[in-house]
Every structure is written in structure tokens, then in C-alpha cells.
Write a protein that binds this ligand. Structure first.
Ligand code: PLP
Length: 345
């Protein structure tokens, strides 16, 4: 890895971050808060929330096994996807490399930040080649985006190839593990100590059942997290979200229960899809969704929409011609989808 200072945009490295009222008295017991121009009435929502969300991070740290100083919390993963661009990529100069197909937000954030996006096609098994990813890089490549299990394909990327990318790249590698709770593959989060150029993303939106509260996580070296904290909005995670996240994090066993149930249903759905005459192939998955190649994805999609059943049509995405992406729902929702498709001709 290049020195972090060399990877960081010079204006960001030199940035004096906004210092909020609540940062400045640190360390001492406080009782009377006349520092932030808040209204003293209407507690508890009258007060600014903790800008570094230490209580939530302490709970996240226990559940995820990562030290508090190596955790960033954001307004969804979206914020954690945008921040590496803002911290590392000079608009109009630097570029990033990513697997293709994958989650759409990496490219949207590249476009917003005026950063060149270099997609590298996966193979027919939706697998990566470290050599091909590294060959797409040049001296202006700051980030490589990986996603495992990948969206929309559902499969895990080969671990040896991911490690080869991390070890072989001088910049930052981001591995989005939004779906890792559903997967048997060991998370890279536990190996952050080995890889100073690795950022691992998680979210409360999928297995944790909290898409509405908007809370995403990034795990990385303290140096990278410090950089994110400098650039983020001071109060990026609101108090309602922090409270609800704390509630959810109290009960990881509930999440395990959901995951077991959803993974069982995933097995049932894959079998049922494979039997449908209109389904050509179901791709292997370790996420809470699967990709199915249909005879005519658009026709099937339209038929389902008319019945009020919405799946994701991914047929216009590279390597995904005529593919639908199906999220695993409740047992009865899943059964309704299968019943509808059995009636379709
Ligand atoms: C759903 C998803 C996320 C979650 O995004 P949030 O902003 O945290 O809701 C992140 N990455 C991938 C690949 C996803 O599919």
C-alpha cells in the first residue's frame, strides 16, 4: 500500500474539520448545556446527538468483533460508499476499478464525484480474476470495489482472488459484505489487522431488518476511519436511528433466527424455480436473494407486476440477460410467487 497521505486528496489531508460545540469540552462531566444554541425544552430530541455515536459503536464492536476506533457509522452504506471517493479521488484525475456486474451505487457515486469508473467483467461463473482487475489499474487508480456475496449475482467471490487483489494493489480495496450474514464464507472483517488498505462494508438494511433507519458501517484501520470522521457531516446519524440501532443490536439472536429461516426458504425457492418450465437456470447464491434466468424475463416480470408481485428485472445488465433477481420473503409471500409462476404460460 502507498502511504495514506499519498492516496488522500491533498485538500482532505489538510482539512481542518468542523468542530462542533459538543466536541470541545471533552472529558469532563457536564450538567448545563448552554453551548450549542439548542432549545432547552422538548427533550430528548432538543439536543444534538453524539457526532461519533460511541454508544452504538460499542454495541457494534461487540457484535462484529471490531475495535470501536476501527468503526465508521453512516447514513446507510450509501454514505460509506460515497466517502472513499470524497477522501481519495481527485475529480477528473483519479479513477476506480470495480467488478461488473455489481451494486449500482459504486458507479453512481463515481459519476457524482466526476471520477472515472472502470468496470471489469466477471467470468461466466460470476467470478473475479485478480490479475484482470489489477491489469485495469494505473497510477491514478485509488479504489477497487468488490462485493461478496455479490449483488445481483448472489455468489461469493473467491477468497484467494480477493486476497490477491488486496495484497497486489497499492490503493484501497473496498469489500462490500452487505449480505455476509446469509453466507457461509468467513468475513474479511476479522482480518482487518492484516490488510491496512482494506475497507469492509456492512449494513443494518438486510439481515438486521432495519432498512428504514438508514445505518451502514465501514470497518477499516483507525487511520482510514479518522479520515472518514473528518469528512462526514458532523451529525450524520440522527438520534432516532442511533436509538433504534441500539435496540436491534441488543438481540443478535433474533437476527440469527431470521437468517436461518430465510436461508431455509431460499433452498425451497431455488428448488421450486428450477422446476418451472419458464426458468432456464438458477444461479448459486449465498445471499437473501437469487438470480434466475428465464425464457423471457420481461414477460414474466410484467405478468407478476399485474398481480401486485414485484421482483427485480436485471435483464439489461451485463451477463444477466433474461435474469430476474428474487428476494426471499416470508414463507407465504414466497409461496404466492411460486403459485403465480406455476399458472403462467
Ligand atoms: C442493499 C445493499 C447495501 C445496503 O445499502 P444501505 O445504504 O446500507 O441500505 C449495500 N451494498 C449492497 C451491495 C447492497 O445490495
Amino acid at each position: 500500500m502507498k502511504p495514506l497521505q499519498e492516496l488522500t486528496r491533498p485538500n482532505i489531508w489538510a482539512l481542518a474539520p468542523y468542530s462542533s460545540a459538543r466536541n470541545e469540552y471533552a472529558g469532563r462531566e457536564a450538567r448545563v448545556f448552554l453551548d450549542a444554541n439548542e432549545n432547552p425544552y422538548n427533550g430528548p430530541y432538543n439536543r444534538y446527538p453524539d457526532p461519533l455515536q460511541l454508544e452504538v459503536k460499542t454495541a457494534v464492536s461487540k457484535v462484529k468483533g471490531v475495535p470501536v476506533e476501527c468503526i465508521f457509522l453512516g447514513n446507510g452504506s450509501d454514505e460509506a460508499i460515497d466517502l472513499p471517493y470524497r477522501c481519495f479521488c481527485r475529480p477528473g484525475v483519479d479513477n476506480v476499478v470495480a467488478i461488473e456486474p455489481t451494486y449500482g451505487m459504486y458507479k453512481v457515486c463515481a459519476d457524482i464525484n466526476d471520477v472515472e469508473y472502470r468496470p471489469v467483467l466477471l467470468d461466466e461463473q460470476f467470478q473475479i480474476s485478480a490479475d484482470r482487475l489489477l491489469a485495469a489499474c494505473d497510477e491514478h487508480t485509488k479504489l477497487i470495489w468488490l462485493c461478496s456475496p455479490n449483488n445481483p449475482t448472489g455468489n461469493n467471490l473467491l477468497r484467494e482472488e480477493m486476497v490477491k487483489v488486496i495484497n497486489g494493489f497499492e490503493g484501497i480495496v473496498i469489500v462490500d459484505e452487505a449480505y455476509s450474514d446469509f453466507s457461509s464464507q468467513q468475513t474479511l472483517r476479522s482480518e482487518l489487522g492484516k490488510y491496512p488498505n482494506l475497507i469492509v462494508l456492512n449494513t443494518m438494511s438486510k439481515a438486521w431488518g432495519c432498512a428504514a433507519i438508514r445505518m451502514g458501517m465501514a470497518f477499516a484501520s483507525k487511520e482510514i476511519i479518522d479520515l472518514f470522521n473528518k469528512v462526514k457531516y458532523p451529525y450524520n446519524v440522527n438520534l432516532l436511528t442511533q436509538r433504534q440501532a441500539l435496540e436491534a443490536l441488543k438481540d443478535p439472536f433474533e437476527v440469527d433466527k431470521w437468517v436461518r429461516m430465510l436461508n431455509l426458504e431460499r433452498g425451497r425457492m431455488i428448488e421450486a424455480f428450477a422446476m418451472l418450465p419458464i426458468c432456464q437456470k438458477v444461479y448459486p447464491t449465498e445471499a437473501n436473494f437469487f438470480l434466475a434466468k428465464m425464457d423471457d424475463a420481461q414477460k414474466t416480470y410484467d405478468y407478476l407486476v399485474d398481480l401486485g408481485i414485484i421482483v427485480r428485472n436485471r435483464s439489461r445488465i451485463q451477463l444477466c440477460k433474461d435474469c430476474l433477481r428474487i428476494t426471499i420473503g416470508t414463507k407465504s409471500e414466497n409461496s404466492e410467487l411460486i403459485a403465480a409462476l406455476r399458472q403462467f404460460e
